[in-house]
Structure formats: structure tokens, C-alpha cells
Ligand binder design. Structure first.
Ligand SMILES: Cc1ncc(COP(=O)(O)O)c(C=O)c1O
Length: 444
């Protein structure tokens, strides 16, 4: 749901007959979980009963077959049918994003002391020290609104990428960039093409807007760009591609992307998510800035969450044609990028030592984990990211649960459509050693 949608619902509720506290509680529930309702506060229950009597022929919303059942979450004064009638049909099949398990969650559930988190592809070295220092200084200015246009930061990112400031937009994580691109361009009923077994936010961004999702299967566990090209006859509005792909770590080449761009009309936007592109070392990894000069319908999303260690502060950016990106500014919330992260991200770009060390830890850790998996006889995919996807001889969910009990957090890939595969973030030498040791003992 876009920011306007949320505002819309809040206005509806304020106008309604409910006391403010119940109203806010019910909005929260509508946004998160609605299926199982606790008893309503009495005055509210009465009001609803009365209004139901007054209009006995009121249409009752039917639950669509695709409606996702969500777990219970607090008290709501609304019935399921009322919520269904209020909510947008296009969101009924959506499930809230399920993030990897947090350290606190695992500690609480299993009571283990040592917890190693290699489940969310974060930087195992933490945050760039230069970024931390700049963030701490910026905190002192917290009473002021940030620069809503993030001019200085966009200038720094633009210089880093070799483009003009107008070719960069920033957002509260690259998640927001992806959503804002869809919000600006995708109309209800238009087709959005995505891959199977990929990051969930592309499908989310399309579905939330009522687009029709067309899925292209992976080919040999790699993105199939020829398969994407075949969908062009269906006249899609947008193609979302992830490179390297989360969760497989596999990548498509410059030549493959160029071939797809050559076939894609200007009226179809091709969005490449390069969240892990900073780690790619393959010489034929796409050079998107170069391609953008000839193909203005190529848009790129990137993030500071991985290499720069700023996942918790949230910063992503979009790069591409200034006219297209300008449209995304119409849908962004006014101060979506706070002043702490604006300062931190600019400083992170100057922290060459941290970047160098992070990349080197990743290369060494990749070799260490690959060697360990080989020794255990587990197949894995060659990766261009900061994580490795490997196959286990059982349901990955069960194996990951066993690892959690031992304080080791990795990700089972059932939700990505790969129930026998796991994804582990490449960590420090010590973290990788712990992971391989615990993996060996749960397998034996
Ligand atoms: C492929 C991919 N794209 C985008 C994101 C979102 O990143 P951000 O933290 O910038 O929102 C992630 C997060 O893990 C990701 O894996």
C-alpha cells in the first residue's frame, strides 16, 4: 500500500463513529492482521449493531479465494467483512514481508547465549566507521527536518556512479525505490514481468497496484533473460530483474542484458535491482551506467544496506533517466530519507578502507564456505553476492530450525519456492567456522 492509501484510511477512520483509540488500533490491525478478532469494546459493538440493523440490505463482502489469512494481532473493532469491504481488492492476496529471524527473537525462543546471524545478508563487519561518526554528529540536528531533496547525498552518489545528480533518487531503502517506481508507472491491469525464485518485493510492488504478474522460471537456477524477452509479446509495462539474484547468487551478463534491452520497447521499463552488485567480481557483470546512455528505459535500484552496513538506517537509490525518475518524486513521502542517514551515507562513500575490507572478507569467506560445503558434500551455487545458496538432503526449514537451536541463523528458502535450499550470508572467518561446525553437527 502506498503512502496515500494509508493517509486515505486514516481520514476515513477519523470521520467514522469510533473513539480515536479504537480507530487507530483498528487501522493498525487492518494494516497488519485482521482475521482473528478479540471481543470489541462494548460501546463500539453497540454502534455497529445499530448501524447493521438500519441497513439490513448492506452488501456483505465475500472473502475472495485468494485472500491470505493473517495471524492474530491485537484488538480490532472491525469485523472481517467490514475490513474486506474497506480494503483494496488488489492487496487481499498479499502477505506481509517475512524478514529473517532477529538475534533477540532467537535468544528469547531458544535461550542460547552465542548467536551468529547470517540470515539477512548484512555486512558482518558492521557499519563503516566514517558513516557511524557522521551519523552520530547528525543526531544532534534531530529537531530539524532533513533536506527533502537530499541534494548533497544525491550529488555524492551521482559522482560515485558517474552520472548527474538528476539521474539519482534516494529512498528509505531500495524497497521504497522499487515500490515508488511501480507506483509512478504501473496501472491497474498492466503486466509486470518477474522471475520465479527471486526477491519478493517485485511481485509485491506489482500486486499492490493491481498489476497482472507474469512469471518467468529460472533456467539452470539462473535468470532466463531470453524467457523475459518472450514475454514482450504480451506488452508488459515493467520488467523487474535482480542481479545478482537473491537468493541464488547467480547473475546475468552484460551481453544478456543488452540483448534483452535491444528487444524491449521504450514503453516498457526494465528495472534492474543491483542490491548485491557491489560484490560482483565477474568481468562480464553488466555495466548499467553505460547501457543507460543508449537505453533510457533502463532503471537501476541499489542499496547502502549491504556493502556499507547501513541496513538499519535505511538508504536505497534509484538511477536512470531524469524524466522518469522525476515521476517517482510525485509519490514519495516528503521526508523519506532522514538526516542521520543522509550524513552517514555520504561519509560511507568516502570510507575506502571499510569498503576494501568488506570486499576482501567477502571473497575470503566465500572460498571458506564453498570449501566447507564441498567437504560436507552439499551442492551450492556459484555466487556474485555476499551470500551462498546451498542444497540440503532434507526440508531446509527443519535444518534451519535445528541450527537456530544452536544459535546459528541462516535462511530456509521455502518462501522463495526452493524448499530444499538454504541461503547463508558470507560472514567473518570466525562466523563461517561456527556455521560450518554447526551445520556438520546437525547433518550428522
Ligand atoms: C535483492 C534485494 N533487493 C532489495 C533489497 C532491499 O534492500 P534495502 O535494505 O535497501 O531496502 C534486498 C534486501 O535484502 C534484496 O535482497
Amino acid at each position: 500500500m502506498g503512502p496515500q492509501g494509508i493517509k486515505g484510511i486514516l481520514i476515513e477512520v477519523r470521520r467514522g463513529p469510533l473513539p480515536a483509540r479504537e480507530a487507530v488500533a483498528s487501522v493498525r490491525c487492518q494494516l497488519s492482521a485482521v482475521r482473528y478478532l478479540s471481543p470489541m469494546p462494548k460501546p463500539v459493538a453497540k454502534t455497529l449493531k445499530k448501524s447493521a440493523k438500519k441497513s439490513p440490505n448492506k452488501p456483505v463482502a465475500k472473502t475472495p479465494a485468494t485472500r491470505t489469512v493473517l495471524p492474530p494481532s491485537g484488538v480490532s473493532a472491525y469485523t472481517e467483512a467490514e475490513i474486506l469491504a474497506l480494503a483494496r481488492p488488489s492487496i487481499q492476496a498479499l502477505k506481509p514481508y517475512v524478514p529473517g529471524r532477529s538475534i533477540e527473537e532467537v535468544r528469547e525462543q531458544y535461550g542460547v547465549k552465542r548467536i551468529v546471524k547470517l540470515g539477512s545478508n548484512e555486512n558482518p563487519l558492521g557499519t563503516s566507521p566514517k558513516a557511524l561518526k557522521a551519523a552520530t554528529q547528525a543526531l544532534a540536528k534531530s529537531s530539524l527536518y532533513p533536506d527533502g531533496a537530499s541534494r548533497a547525498l544525491r550529488g555524492d552518489i551521482a559522482a560515485h556512479c558517474g552520472v548527474a545528480t538528476e539521474n539519482i533518487v534516494v529512498g528509505n531503502g531500495s524497497d521504497e525505490i522499487l515500490l515508488n517506481i511501480a507506483l509512478a508507472f504501473v496501472k491497474v491491469g498492466e503486466k509486470v514481468v518477474i522471475s520465479e525464485n527471486t526477491f519478493s518485493e517485485y511481485e509485491f510492488s506489482g500486486r499492490v497496484l493491481g498489476a497482472e504478474i507474469v512469471k518467468v522460471p529460472l533456467r539452470d537456477l539462473r535468470y532466463d533473460l531470453a524467457g523475459f524477452a518472450k514475454t514482450l509479446s504480451q506488452k508488459p509495462k515493467m520488467l523487474f530483474l535482480c542481479n545478482p539474484n537473491n537468493p541464488t547468487g547467480t547473475y546475468f551478463t552484460h551481453a544478456e542484458l543488452l540483448a534483452l534491452l535491444k528487444k524491449t520497447p521504450r514503453t516498457c521499463l526494465l528495472v534492474v535491482d543491483e542490491a548485491y552488485g557491489d560484490y560482483a567480481t565477474a568481468p562480464d557483470y553488466p555495466r548499467c551506467v553505460e547501457l543507460m546512455r543508449t537505453y533510457p528505459n533502463l532503471l537501476v535500484a541499489r542499496t547502502f544496506s549491504k556493502l556499507y552496513g547501513l541496513a538499519g538506517l535505511r538508504l536505497g537509490y534509484g538511477m536512470g533517466d531524469s524524466g522518469l525518475l522525476r515521476e517517482t518524486l510525485r509519490v514519495k513521502t516528503p521526508f523519506n530519507v532522514n538526516l542521520v542517514v543522509q550524513a552517514a551515507a555520504s561519509a560511507a562513500l568516502t570510507d575506502k578502507a571499510f569498503v576494501k575490507k568488506s570486499l576482501s572478507v567477502n571473497v575470503k569467506g566465500r572460498a571458506q564456505i564453498e570449501a566447507g560445503l564441498k567437504k560436507l558434500g552439499l551442492p551450492y551455487l556459484p555466487t556474485q553476492g555476499n551470500f551462498i545458496c546451498f542444497k540440503v538432503p532434507c526440508q531446509a526449514i527443519d535444518l534451519c530450525e535445528d541450527l537456530l537451536e544452536r544459535g546459528m541463523i541462516i535462511r530456509a528458502l521455502k518462501s522463495f519456492g526452493l524448499p530444499e535450499w538454504c541461503r547463508v550470508t558470507i560472514g567473518t572467518k570466525e562466523q563461517n567456522t561456527f556455521f560450518l561446525k554447526e551445520l556438520k553437527s546437525v547433518l550428522s
